[in-house]
Design a protein around this ligand. Structure first.
Ligand code: KIV
Length: 264
């Protein structure tokens, strides 16, 4: 059972093998995802909503992310653990981002994720040059919910689609190891995926990204508020958490998830 590394993900992209990812915030679920064969476990700051009951990810602190990264890392043997840099822990610039990233990595994250396009390119380069693997995140970036005017699909018109294409290329050139594309039209996600040599992980970005991620509580039907259109409840008819998670991974691998009803 070889541990998943960034090189593994690049090989999977080249071999057109879909990359599977779910979020987890604790030891038990992390173990379950790992033993179900998920390639990536993402300690997302979505925990602000799913675990803490906030309306957004903005209240999540770096200390809380360290705690959850440590819990998840103890449950994972094979999957690559990605930890989210929370709001306010990297926006001041590369030096702040480097301090925050070091804390998440000392807690057990193997890759750090940060949100944003062009303004984050310098920070990504700074981190990668110092040995910190980075997952970029563009499209709907939930930490910018107030700037974006809500949780809205991005890149629908040509100027914003062009900006996302350019952002993706610049983030790759700066050394990002992978990139999350959230809530963008499927056609745009396909173009970006084809233009990059690093893997793209989609959430609400159609079926043609190199991998897929969902928020665990959404795909298990555990979140008490409405889930986004791009999610699917895999607990329906599954009978157990393990079967639901395995069914998700299988649906991503064989291309039956996401369907057009989960895409824009
Ligand atoms: O916070 C999170 O869980 C995320 C993923 C859903 C992409 O950013």
């Amino acid at each position: 059972m070889k541990p998943v590394m960034l090189t593994t993900l690049r090989e999977m992209k080249q071999a057109r093998q879909k990359i599977t990812c779910l979020t987890a915030y604790d030891y038990s679920f992390a173990s379950l995802l790992d033993s179900a064969g998920l390639d990536l476990v993402m300690v997302g700051d979505s925990l602000g909503m799913t675990m803490q009951g906030h309306d957004s990810t903005l209240p999540v602190t770096l200390e809380q992310m360290e705690y959850h990264c440590a819990c998840v890392a103890r449950g994972v043997q094979r999957a690559l653990v990605i930890g989210d840099l929370p709001f306010g822990s990297y926006q001041q610039g590369p030096a702040q981002a480097c301090d925050s990233a070091a804390r998440l990595m000392q807690a057990g994250a193997q890759v750090v994720k940060l949100e944003g396009g062009a303004p984050m390119v310098e920070t990504v380069r700074f981190l990668v040059e110092r040995g910190i693997p980075v997952c970029a995140h563009i499209g709907l970036t939930p930490q910018s919910v107030h700037q974006l005017g809500g949780y809205r699909v991005q890149g629908r018109d040509e100027p914003s689609a062009r900006r996302l294409r350019e952002d993706a290329l610049h983030l790759e050139a700066a050394g990002a190891g992978l990139i999350v594309l959230e809530a963008i039209p499927a056609v745009l996600a396909r173009e970006i995926t084809q233009a990059l040599s690093i893997p793209t992980i989609g959430i609400g970005a159609g079926k043609d990204t190199d991998g897929q991620v969902l928020v665990l509580q959404d795909m298990l039907g555990l979140y008490p508020r409405p889930s986004p259109k791009f999610s699917k409840n895999f607990m329906d008819g599954a009978g157990s958490l393990e079967v639901a998670i395995r069914n998700y991974a299988e649906a991503v691998r064989n291309g039956t998830f996401p369907g057009s009803e989960h895409s824009f």
